[in-house]
Design a protein around this ligand. Sequence first.
Ligand code: GLU
Length: 324
Amino acid sequence: MTSSSGTVVGRLAPSPTGVLHLGNARTFLLAWLSVRSRGGTLLLRIEDIDGPRVKAGATQQAIEDLRWLGLDWQGEVLIQSSRRMLYRAAAQRLVDLGLAYACVCTRKEVDEAASAPHVDLAAAASGDAGAVATDGPVYPGTCRGRFASLEDAQQQTGREAALRFRVDVSTVPFDDGFRGAQSGAIAGDFVIQKRDGGPAYQLAVVVDDAAQAVTEVLRADDLLPSTPRQLLLYRALGLPEPTFVHVPLLVGTDGLRLAKRHGDTSLRYFRERGVTAEDLVGYLAKSCGLRASSSGCTPQDLLADFDLRKLPTAAMRGDDHGLL
Ligand code: GLU
């Protein structure tokens, strides 16, 4: 999808919950290339609403790491933590529309009551067309129709209440810009406002992508299970839907999501050991199938020949990097 002015608008949306690692760098490089190779606009949004997980200084560091890598963006940086009132208003709108309700269930209670499969990252990342995967248990509907409002839920139970969005479908089919037709499994009613009143990621990302007039959401395919939920929110709020493009996640050589056991894969780590941004971009370009050799290059060097179809469809393995 393109904006009304005809140009694609994309975004980089780091969460300052840690330092940027190779996986983030790869996804951000692809998001940058996808937009810039078509003369579009790229925005930066800091997704710092995940309270306890946000690390001091990580926002500045992420910005610095992106700049070091040679990625840039246009306009003001949007900071989610300064937009809480907007997320509240969107959640309230959904309540007013009869599409969201108060819920006092704890995560543990939902887990215990549910019988649905948990996300299968390997399946989600396998590139299978339309692979069905959800990333949590199916909500059994315990609080649906139980309370008149958040206050009512609190009074009746003495617990803080979250807001959940009503889902009356089991799939939300959509066409992924990289993976093609997806069946879009969805695991029932989901949280849009947490018990502490803060927004859930699903709601914040939709409110912001719409507010920033984003037309292309390019991200790693560990977020594929979120897309059906986000599409339902776009529709419920009457917002224009962007195109979703899910690229393969970078995983360790053991096929698992990059984590401490794979050693330090932060950009800082490589940088401190003398790896240049060009070395790193060259390595990422080769790993994405964009270049035959991993010799150093800048993001700009990749623009002319960029084609998303060159990317391998399977999860990309690599924790040894050959960078050091
Ligand atoms: N902030 C999210 C992350 O770092 C990305 C969200 C998105 O791209 O929708 O995983």
